[in-house]
Design a protein. Sequence first.
Length: 334
Amino acid sequence: MKSVKPTIYVTRRIPQAGLDVLATAFEIEVNPHDRVATREELIAGVKGKDALLCLLTDKVDAAVMDAAGPRLKVIANYAVGFNNVDVGAATVRGICVTNTPGVLTDTTADLAFALLMATARRVVEADRFMRAGEYKGWGPMLFLGQDIHHKTLGIVGLGRIGQAVAERAAGFHMRILYTSSGRARAPKEVERRCNAEHRELADLLRESDFISLHVPLTESTYHLISDEEFDLMKRTAILVNTSRGPVVDEKALVRALKAGKIAGAGLDVYEREPECEPELRELDNVVMVPHIASASVETRTRMATMAAQNAVAVIRGEIPPNLVNPEVWKKRAR
């Protein structure tokens, strides 16, 4: 009699390399729609499955887990962050939660610096100007932007991605300031390698020409940047956010940009994705991209294989490489 493989529901198509890894251990069901799965599709898809491979856009709460039933052993999140998964509820139910850390560090840092440069040098505005046929010849006042070299960059969150941004800034001879999302400073060797000086958030905002956000979304970082923080920034400052949208109070950002409290913003993430504050679309001093920080072929493929390997490991009775809730495994080992 042919053995029956465990089953996994994948909430949206991922790169084929990841599906190939899954196929070694699972019967795979993939949501056929190339969009975020609806609540109903998620609940129906996960029912009776042994594993779930989900995206940051999927809210996986206790109700989803209960809809899956007692066979569900692993939730493999295709992301570094996992605030979309109720980890506590998963732990109570003995479900492993995994993520894909580290793999997108350099790719995200690349985009953060691309947004910084594009905003500072008004690249998107100038591109629209050219495409509209408005260029009539060189002029000394045409699209004056800001220098990046030798300026001060404030990094909010000197973790893997923040450090990678600091390394890129070194090539522009920038002065690096940083603050941590928690109370602890970065280790001395990290400060030395990044040539970074620690500041409290308020001081960092006052001193920096560019501010790049690299903190996770937690209760303490929700609306970390709002009206009070914008009031501290230089009028020439540029804010870059490739972390999580709700770290920035989007309405306060619009107010700051319209009032000239800051010079511009480069955004990859938004407070209520896929929506954004409508007025942002109307402002020339904002560069906006649709959450593509990790969107390189190489990185998205590595994320897919990593998420798949996590799911396969759990089903095979092995500790997954990127287990978010290790207490689940400790209970199993007893």
